[in-house]
Design a binder for this molecule. Sequence first.
Ligand code: LRH
Ligand code: MN
Length: 424
Amino acid sequence: MILDRSSLDAFNERHVAEHRKRYEFTRSLLPGAEAVVEKLMAFNVAIPSWALGTGGTRFGRFSGAGEPGTLEQKLEDVGLLHAINASSGAVSLHIPWDIPKDHAAIRRLAADLGIGFDAVNSNTFQDQPGQALSYKFGSLQHVNRAVRKQAIDHNIEVVHHGIELGSKSLTVWLSDGSCFPGQLNFRKAFGNTLEGLQEIYAALPDDWKVFVEYKAFEPNFYSMTVGDWGQSLLYANKLGSKAYTLVDLGHHLPNANIEQIVALLLMEGKLGGFHFNDSKYGDDDLTAGSMRPYQLFLIFNELVEGMDAHGMNHATDLGWMIDASHNVKDPLEDLLQSVEALMLAYAQALCVDRSALEAAQAGNDTVAAQELLQDVFRTDLRPLLAEARLRAGAALHPVKFFREADVRGGLIRERGLNTVATGL
Ligand code: LRH
Ligand code: MN
C-alpha cells in the first residue's frame, strides 16, 4: 500500500493553523529552536522487521488484521511509517524470519520506498526446520564444536545477506547461558563464544560493524553468556575496532542506571547502537517512552553530551533501532508512538543548556542541575517535531493521521484479515 499524498496534504491543511501558533510560541521560548528542527529532520530510527505484526507471549498471540505476510509487504509498511513521520527511513532485518529471495528486487523496492537497511540480525536462539544440530544448550558457547561451527556459519551467511542489501552492520544477540547452577563452565562458555565471535568478525567487510547485544536473563534464568554491558564490552574490546556493544533498554536488571552505562560506553568509544523500547518489569518490549519517558530523556541527555564530546554525527554514528513487540496495540501505531517518543527525548536533550549544567555540576549545585533538566523535560517540544515533519512533507500528527486516513483499513482491504507476519 502506497500512501495517498493528497490525503496527507489535506490532513496537514486542517491542522497547520493550530500548529503555527504552537510552533511560534515554542520558538519564542527556545533561542535554538531552528537548529533543533534541522537536527530532528536529519534523525532516523530503524524499524525492526520482526515487529510489523502483532507479537505474543508464551501464553498467547492475538494476531491483528492486514499484517504484512511477506518481506515486500513489510518494506511497504516501513515505507508507510516513513511517509507519515519522515523519521523511519531504515529497516533492520532478522534472518531467517526475513530471508530476501531476490536481493536486487528487495533493494530496488526499498529504494523506491525511500528506506535503507540498518543492522541485520542473526538468530541462533531457535532451531529451524531441518537444522542439523540443536541450539537447546546454546550456540557459540556450546560444548560441541560442530554446534558452534553451525552458528558461526549462520552468522556469516547473515553478513552475506546484509552485504547484498547494502547493510553495514551485524547484530549478534545470543540467548546462550544456563538455567541452573553447575550446568555451565562460565570460563569455557566465554572462551567458546569469543572464539566464535572472532571467526564471525574475521568475515566482516572492512567498513562493517558487529554489535554485541547483552541481556541479563531470558530465555536462560541462571546465567547469560553475554549478560551485561561489562561482558559485552569485554567481548568488543577483545574482538577489535569493528566490534561494539548494543544497548537494548529492556535487557537490564531492575533499577539499572542505563544512562550511566551509555555515558561510559560512549566514553570508551564502544557504544554501537540501541534497541529502543520500554519496560516495567523484564524484557517487556513495550512502546519506547511509555513507562519511563524521563529515563529516555536522561539517556539522550548523556548521548548528546557524549557524542558532542567525541565530535560524533548524531544521525549516522550510532545504530538507532527500535526492538519492540506489540501484544495489544496496532503494530504501526505503536511504532509511530515509539519514534515520536525517541524524537521528543532527542529534542529535549538538544535543548539542555549544557554550559549552565556544567556550571551547576562544577558548583555541586544539585538543585540547579535538576531544575535545568526538568525545565526542559517539562517544556512541550512536540511543536518542534511537528515542524520538522511538516518541512519534510510528512504528517503533523502521525497517529491522528494514521487513524483519520484509515491506513489500517486500507491494509485490510488490500491484504485481507488473515495475513500473519513472521517474527516474535
Ligand atoms: C532479544 C532481542 C534481540 C532480538 C530479539 C528479537 O530479547 O532483544 O535483539 O534478536 O529480541
Ligand atoms: Mn533487542
